[in-house]
Design a protein around this ligand. Structure first.
Ligand code: PLP
Ligand SMILES: N[C@@H](CCOP(=O)(O)O)C(=O)O
Length: 465
């Protein structure tokens, strides 16, 4: 399988090289040259299989023969053995046709663990094979950082630098990032918001000399392998609801567009998905874009779902590439306009094709709180604010008669203050994390300045690229 850049000006790469590259050298994102497909018969053959077996069936289509099957299987088994639920991502029924897909049973209580635990093992494998080290950088609005730090802490071939917006993540999220105690981990609080952190990461990738000097690699969903691993749970949940004989819809709390793009990929691969619904919080750039055809940044608001406080939704670029019939020139123009003016227009045909695949709804802060309260009262089920945006949107966007799976992307105990203020219950951390908030913190505070961040990383990174 070959991977090509959405901007068309970087060399095509193998799976292993795309995995280690993260962002393409032209600033674009890698996607497979063609989508692997599953026939109805192939999908039926996955019925009754474990999460790990389905993961192998899906992921091996993207990896090809670049990693031996027994090695890939072993990495998948190890990655999902870290989850605290035997089903890995259990599906819970909350209404006649309403389901919640619990993606938070991993080590850091958010859906990021699903991809990150595998990504760390895949990268380790490739680095060991090549006898190299890498410097991993990531930007986080709260969850990616904790998951990356947990997955990479103590690994011999990587140093990990996670940039998070100072004062804008929940106390639990911050402590997960700052208390690992691992000597290869650096949690960096940036004086800015998530978009500043993400821009710094992208600028580091575009600084070729720096990129090469430190052997830069990325773990945000700009890295194709993150999306690949997230495709799996669309398959497992749809299979448990009768796929491929029955269509299923999904609602996804959306920020960087990685998770819902994985659903789009599952559909491209042949999974019969009826609707893909985007939910946003007050940072509703995606909902506005679908409505108006204009992607327009308007500044970030702090909300009770901080992980979705994002304006530059990186993976939307992958969708644009598809919507424009893989015209990399059109993507380059859109991205240049975004950089220059903070906005771009989507051409009518591309917009039509996006609207065919996606719907979107925004949940205001009031609606998020009310949804947490109502869901608890009506079903006895406690949800976190990110999931609440999706439960709210699912009610608006479900197609009657079609099962709606709402992705629950974080455990409510990651956001106890918001949950308590909405419904009066302060969710406790699981026992195995009970001492988290008393663990010692270590982090550095830096300006949102490329030179400052590169200087810090350059001083600590031990890569040999
Ligand atoms: C809890 C939670 N929900 C939803 C999202 C949004 O997911 P994505 O960025 O893949 O759209 C994030 C962050 O990415 C998150 O941490
Ligand atoms: N919400 C994310 C933001 C980064 O998203 P990613 O999926 O691109 O890593 C977070 O929690 O950090």
């Amino acid at each position: 399988m070959e991977y090509i850049s959405t901007r068309g000006e970087a060399p095509a790469l193998s799976f292993r090289d795309a995995l280690m590259a993260g962002l393409a050298r032209d600033g674009g994102l890698y996607v497979p040259r063609e989508w692997p497909t599953f026939s109805k018969k192939d999908i039926k053959a996955l019925r009754g299989k474990t999460y790990q077996d389905v993961a192998f069936a899906v992921i091996s289509r993207f990896v090809g023969d670049e990693i031996a099957a027994d090695k890939l299987k072993a990495m998948i088994d190890e990655a999902y053995a870290t989850f605290r639920h035997p089903a890995v991502v259990p599906l819970v029924q909350t209404g006649p046709n309403d389901f919640v897909l619990e993606l938070f049973h991993g080590t850091t209580l958010a859906f990021k663990d699903v991809a990150m635990q595998l990504l760390a093992r895949l990268m380790d494998h490739v680095l060991a094979e090549r006898g190299q080290r890498a410097t991993i950088v990531g930007a986080t609005s709260g969850d990616t950082g904790g998951a990356a730090i947990d997955a990479f802490a103590g690994r011999e071939r990587t140093d990990v630098f996670i940039l998070f917006p100072h004062g804008k993540v929940s106390p639990v999220q911050q402590r997960q990032m700052t208390s690992s105690g691992a000597s290869n981990v650096y949690a960096v609080a940036v004086k800015g918001n998530f978009d500043d952190c993400q821009n710094l990461v992208k600028e580091m990738f575009n600084d070729v000399a720096f990129r090469e000097k430190v052997g830069l690699s990325g773990v945000n969903s700009i890295n194709w392998a993150r999306i690949m691993a997230q495709v799996v749970y669309y398959f497992t949940s749809a299979l448990s609801l009768g796929a491929p004989d029955r269509k299923v819809s999904f609602t996804v709390p959306t920020g960087n567009f990685g998770d819902i793009f994985a659903g789009y990929v599952a559909k491209k691969m042949g999974l019969p998905i009826e609707r893909l619904a985007i939910s946003t919080n007050d940072n509703d750039i995606l909902a506005r874009t679908l409505k108006t055809g204009r992607y327009e940044m308007k500044g970030v608001h702090a909300t009770t779902s901080p992980s979705m406080d994002i304006q530059i939704s990186s993976n939307f670029e992958r969708l644009l590439f598809e919507a424009y019939g893989r015209d990399a020139g059109a993507v380059r123009n859109a991205m240049a306009s975004l950089k220059q003016s903070g906005s771009f227009e989507i051409q009518p045909e591309a917009l039509k094709s996006i609207r065919r695949e996606f719907r979107a709804a925004r949940a205001t802060e009031k609606q998020v709180a009310a949804t947490i309260k109502e869901t608890l009262a009506e079903t006895g089920y406690l949800i976190d604010p990110h999931t609440a945006t999706a439960v709210f949107a699912a009610k608006k966007l479900a197609k009657p008669g079609v099962p709606m799976v709402t992705l629950s992307t974080a455990h409510p105990a990651k956001f106890p203050a918001a949950v308590e203020s909405a419904c009066g219950i302060s969710p406790a951390l699981p026992l195995w994390l009970a001492d988290l908030m008393t663990r010692e913190e270590r982090f550095d505070l830096l300006d949102a300045d490329l030179k400052a961040v590169e200087g810090f990383i350059g001083k600590h990174a031990r890569a040999t690229a």
